[in-house]
Design a protein around this ligand. Structure first.
Ligand SMILES: NC(=O)c1ccc[n+]([C@@H]2O[C@H](COP(=O)([O-])OP(=O)(O)OC[C@H]3O[C@@H](n4cnc5c(N)ncnc54)[C@H](OP(=O)(O)O)[C@@H]3O)[C@@H](O)[C@H]2O)c1
Length: 296
């Protein structure tokens, strides 16, 4: 059993089994998630290593680059191995200034699904997350999520998720169509969604933390340093192992552009943190108020 598979899998639907240790592909684009990477072959070799490690969950979006990351995934991995699931998200676009404005109109959502299908070389998308932008009001999700539900009915999408969403928005989306995953900002230090993490576990829904390592601002904590030193593993591995132990339906998508980091992260799937380490790490987080991630 490899490190990656030792954390096991979560079955979200008959045709959707994801390894709890997945991979987030955003870091494969150029700086500021814009344009191509400096070394295209190196980026593709990271993707090949993802498959070699037995990971069945790759998280992406057509707005990474834009288009670049999906094109890299297609070049590196198409035709896709049986069992590999490429999870994408729609609801934003890239401005010429590299910003991430919302793109939640019907036309923009339909176009985004077709762009993902084309650039990934797929006829249907296994799981699409609707990424909300800066509103946490339940009412704001109904219109765009209904568009995704209609695309699901057409067969262009198999399963639906939400991202950057409040508990109220998750419930509002569930009243329209089944939600199999919630992808929100959450890690050892950013714990505003603690209750939602537990709620997802109660409902057998995946909670997929983005920025599990802090994203553009790496996690820093004395407790993390001390636990890592005492166990003889890296801080990154401690942070990922804590998330895996936090909830049985947490799935990880740590991002990296480096094959050595990918292997280090994947090995965290085999780490079991002792109870006293978990207690020390639990104290790190602050259940702060929601701030859209772009403004942090
Ligand atoms: N739904 C949303 O709105 C949303 C928003 C942001 C991200 N996401 C998704 O979440 C995924 C994860 O987020 P993320 O990549 O931004 O943040 P992250 O996983 O928290 O951190 C990535 C950063 O950590 C570094 N890193 C990774 N492994 C490392 C290691 N073993 N040692 C040292 N440094 C390491 C990476 O640099 P190197 O490249 O040098 O390893 C990169 O700078 C993304 O890929 C994307 O798919 C979703």
């Amino acid at each position: 059993m490899t490190g990656t598979t030792s954390a096991g899998t979560v079955q979200l639907a008959d045709d959707l089994v994801l390894t709890r240790m997945g991979y987030g592909a955003m870091q494969l684009a150029g700086p500021m998630v814009w344009g191509p990477p400096k070394d295209r072959d190196a980026a593709k070799s990271v993707l090949s290593a993802v498959v070699d490690l037995g990971i069945t969950h790759i998280d992406t979006s057509d707005y990474y680059g834009p288009h670049t990351v999906n094109e890299l995934i297609r070049e590196a991995l198409h035709p896709y191995p049986v069992g590999l699931h490429i999870v994408t998200k729609i609801g934003a676009r890239r401005g010429p200034d590299k910003s991430w404005p919302a793109a939640l109109s019907r036309d923009e959502l339909v176009q985004a699904v077709h762009d993902n299908l084309e650039h990934l070389g797929l006829e249907s998308l296994d799981l699409v997350n609707l990424r909300m932008t800066d509103s946490r009001e339940a009412a704001t999700i109904a219109g765009p999520f209904s568009v995704l539900a209609s695309l699901q009915q057409e067969g262009l999408i198999r399963h639906l998720g939400v991202s950057n969403a409040s508990a109220e928005q998750v419930a509002a989306a569930q009243s329209i169509a089944p939600v199999v995953a919630v992808q929100n900002f959450y890690n050892l230090a950013v714990r505003a969604d603690d209750a939602l993490v537990d709620q997802c576990a109660e409902q057998d829904i995946a909670f997929v933390p983005f920025f599990p390592l802090g994203g553009f601002r790496p996690l820093q904590s004395g407790a993390l340093e001390r636990v890592a030193a005492s166990l003889g593993i890296s801080r990154v591995q401690v942070a990922l192992a804590w998330l895996l132990q936090r909830s049985p339906t947490i799935l990880l998508i740590p991002g990296t552009s480096c094959a050595a980091h990918l292997r280090e992260n994947a090995a965290a799937a085999g780490v079991e943190l002792p109870a006293e380490a978990v207690t020390a790490l639990n104290a790190v987080g602050i259940a702060d108020r929601f701030v859209p991630w772009g403004q942090r």
